[in-house]
Structures are given as C-alpha cells and as structure tokens.
Design a protein around this ligand. Sequence first.
Ligand code: DQA
Length: 139
Amino acid sequence: MKILIINGPNLGNIGKREIKIYGNDNFLVYLESLKSHFPEFEISYFQSHIEGEIISKLHESNNKIDGIVLNAGAFSHTSVAIRDAVAAIETPVVMLHISNVYAREKFRFTNIIAPVCKGIITGFGLNSYKLALESFKHL
Ligand code: DQA
C-alpha cells in the first residue's frame, strides 16, 4: 500500500519551530521511524509552503497512491482550494494536526478541509502521524 504524507506551510522545520507546541523532535528523523514501524506501507513524503503545489500533488497522486496523510497546517483553516482538490480525488485523505487545535486560538477551530477527509486526528504530537497511518489499516 502506497501512502503519501503531505505537510503544508511551516511544517518543514518541526523540531525547531515553536517547540512548546510542536515538540523538539526532527520530523525527518521521525519519518524514518514511521517507515520502520510500518514496513507494510511504502511511505513517501512531500512538504510545501505553497497552496498550488499541494493541490497539484493531490491531483498527481489520485489513483497512484492508496492513501494520503495530510497536515495542511494553517491552510486547514483557510483553503477552499485544497478542500476542493481533496474532494475531487478518489484517494482517501486522513487529515491530522500535531497540536490539539481545539485547545488553541479560536481561528484554528474552523477546519475547511476536514469535512471532505475520511477523518481527522489532532493533538497527539508527532504520534498523530502514526495514528493517521494506522487508520489506513482499517479503511
Ligand atoms: C498545525 C495546526 C495549525 O493550526 C497550524 O497553523 C500549523 C500546524 C498542527 O499540526 O498542529 O501550522 O497544523
């Protein structure tokens, strides 16, 4: 099963960014541990700060990838365009957040993309990625 992890804006420097919220584990190191934890999955990774690049990646992945794990970062709260791309493709998308967005500022309570995803995981630190990947075993 091919799984693509997409990280959106400001998620390229997890481990250095706002460590009180996102922790100090380097994402690329964590990614390697995810790959060993899920030998049954072929895991690829894409990160972009650019909305259009994320949209192109979603379309490119349609029917080529079996599942997408998406942390759209701040675009989760704003991007109708990414929502439309998720709705347009057949590949199931599980959304996640590292932090518990519902324990943070009110503007993070709105998630434009979540309604067109299979589900959403939020608040388990980097282990949100592990839980999102785990969910593909049950879809
Ligand atoms: C985030 C939560 C978003 O509100 C924020 O803009 C991010 C990271 C998370 O993983 O907790 O960039 O998606």
